[in-house]
Every structure is written in C-alpha cells, then in structure tokens.
Design a binder for this molecule. Sequence first.
Ligand code: ASN
Ligand code: ZN
Length: 332
Amino acid sequence: WQAVHNGTGHTQYSGQVTLGSVASGGTFNLTDTARGNHRTHNLNRGTTGTGALFSGPDDIWGNGLPADAETAGADAAYGAGLTWDYFKNVHGRNGIKNDGVGAYSRVHYGNNYVNAFWTDSCFCMTYGDGAGNAKPLTSIDVAAHEMTHGVTSNTAGLIYSGESGGLNEATSDIFAAAVEFHANNAQDPGDYLVGEKIDIRGNGTPLRYMDRPSRDGSSKDYWYSGIGSIGVHSSSGVGNHWFYLASEGSGPKTVNGVSYDSPTYDGQPVTPIGRDKAALIWYRALTTKFTTTTNYAAARAGTIAAATELYGAGSPEVTNITHAWAAVNVGA
Ligand code: ASN
Ligand code: ZN
C-alpha cells in the first residue's frame, strides 16, 4: 500500500519547500508522483549505478546544511520539480520525453566532484558535492540546465560539438534562467547568471553571464567564423546573449536587484520582447525547427520562423528578435 504525500524539504539554496513523496510500509521516499514518479537517489560518493532512493521515517528532507546527506536530495528534487512544472505549465510539455514519465536524480556523486551532468543512457541527472569553496551543484539553475539537456536530446538532438553543441549548451542555460524566474523563489530569485549560488571559482562570481557572456573570461559575445572550434560552454555565449537581448534589450538594466549591461556587435540598440515570449520562441524552434546539425545561421532562421508562426510576419516580435541576432553578429 502506498500513499502520496507532500513532504517538507529544507534545502541549501531555496529555503523550505514542498516535495512530492510516497509513504510505503511505514517509511517515506522521495518519489514525486505528481511529476512522472521522478525519483531522487543518494550515490553516497559512488560513481556508478543508481544509488539508493532517499527514504526515511519522517517526511522531512534535509536541514538546509550540506552535512545532512538529505539536503542535496531536497535541492535536487525541488529543482527537478520546478523544471517539470515549467515545461508543463509554460510549454505544455509533459516531462522530458513529453510522455509523462519522470527521470531520476543522483546526488553525492564521487568525492569533491565539482560538476553536474545529464546522461541519456540512464535518463538521469547527477550532482557532485563541490570542493573547497565550490558548494554542492544542486541549485535551481544547475538542475534546470541538466534536465533541459534531456529535453534537447529528445527533441532537436543538437549534436554536442561545433555550433550545434554551443546551441545545445545555450538551450540549457536559457531554460535554466527561465525556470529560475518562473520559480520565483525568494531565496534564489531569477537572474541571467548561471550557477551564481555555487561559487565555483571561490571568488563569488557565477559560472556564466548571459548579458555579456565574455564576463567569464572565455565565452563569446558574438558569432565569428570558427566559433564551432571552441568549447561548447563558450560558443554557447552567442545563444545566451541573443536570449538576454531578446528578453531585456541592450544597455544597462537591473532585474531582481542584479545589474546587467548588454552590448551589441553593430552598436545598434535592441528593443526587448520580454523573456516569456523569447522563451516561447526558443522552445518552438527547439521542438519544431532545430535538428541535430543546426548551426547559428539556422538557429536564426528557425527562431524567426517560430516567431512568425507565433506572432505573425512583420510583427514587432519578429523584428526585434531579428535585431537581437544582428546584435550577436548572426546576420541574414
Ligand atoms: N555541467 C556540464 C554540462 O551540463 C557537464 C558537462 O560539461 N558535460 O554541460
Ligand atoms: Zn550543459
């Protein structure tokens, strides 16, 4: 006999949250029946296998501190739930494969592991605990980034190298930002930064910036011939910058207390359409226009086609996103 519950998570990054859980034989486990039975597992420093489904005698998960093994589980479960809800509520997508079936999360991967990743073969996402100043990689944006890799794999299938690899990475950063804004969590409000909670470099800076991607020292603000030869986490800058410009426009701006200043390649200003429309356009392009080999020129064409279907030929949305592509040096 099983009963669906709503447990209480005490997360490290997002405060107290509600988590889907199941009661079975006097114990509770972290299975989210409202989201395709998405499960959260503890690898307990292992690096292979499924680990153990989090379970316990109460329905309280974590204490807000990383020393409690359940805390990372609470954060990961919360991030997966927010990402599920975002794709469902905003895009009408019912899970990673749009079939209502949940994935699973694995936390406490290895020792001092400073990364997180999605794996197609296990249909799962995995989180390290960080090391030194770098905290556990279980923030909302990192969870949304990794889960979005699953969505990309099951839609456009953007090959993870060259320009399509940069677009694959940009897609994960774009929806990471969108999920974080949509969540509207008081402890972790939405921003156009990636991994700002993790302190991965130990100096308080985020992993990536979308308003001016080169702020991280390696990402590119603008397309150039040969950008397909650099790392996918750097060529993604062009797509991230496009999304920022389309959402918020060029120049200085403060959103949720974070200050941005987004430049343009051609020096021309970009008028924003807002992040909700920009995200709808990207999702429609990802799921109906992009293919495994889409490059930046094709992404421009695909988003313009998607925006034309959504808002009409000659609409301000089409005009402004076209300007945003010119502003990242992706021309006609
Ligand atoms: N965190 C990285 C990512 O999702 C892991 C990787 O580089 N494969 O892109
Ligand atoms: Zn990624």
